[in-house]
Design a protein around this ligand. Structure first.
Ligand code: ZN
Length: 162
């Protein structure tokens, strides 16, 4: 069911589950469990039916229950995948907002959705060691000084096309 977060505490670490058993234990659809397998839930692939170790399932669910801030430094949270994803081509854009931080913009390597993430300057410097970071200067976003007016125009345009 949408919005309901499966709770890994219903899973016993020392058991193994096939897809139907895991779905029943957690109260989710079998399709949901199959999607988790595609999204990286470990399983014993040599077994038929596929068997999932209880401890792997618990760890996977615990990881998903954490807020999006738990993305690794080189990951952003993709709203389409509903999971942390690495940037496509290892490329991110950095849009400075303040003296101490700004926004990262990247494409999901899995589905090419635009992802955003706040980052501090310290985080940015660490990131530059791993990824190709393009600095986008703040001036390029504000091309004229009439921003309230520009916003009004934009709003009208959006209404026109709504
Ligand atoms: Zn994605």
């Amino acid at each position: 069911m949408a919005g309901k977060r499966p709770n890994g505490r219903r899973i016993k670490s020392h058991r193994s589950y096939d897809v139907a058993e895991a779905a029943r234990a957690l109260g989710v659809a079998k399709g949901t469990v199959r999607r988790w397998l595609k999204e990286g839930l470990p399983c014993l692939k040599d077994q038929r039916p596929v068997l999932i170790l209880g401890q792997d399932l618990k760890a996977f669910l615990d990881e998903r229950r954490k807020p999006k801030q738990t993305c690794r430094i080189d990951e952003c949270f993709c709203l389409s995948c509903k999971a942390p994803r690495r940037p496509a081509f290892d490329e991110v854009e950095f849009h400075p907002l303040t003296a101490t931080g700004g926004n990262l913009r990247a494409l999901c390597e899995h589905c090419a959705t635009v992802m955003h993430k706040r980052v501090s300057m310290d985080g940015l410097n660490a990131l530059k060691a791993i990824l190709a970071v393009t600095d986008v200067q703040a001036e390029t976003r504000l091309t004229d000084g009439n921003s309230p007016c520009t916003n009004d125009h934009l709003r009208k345009e959006l209404q026109t096309y709504a």
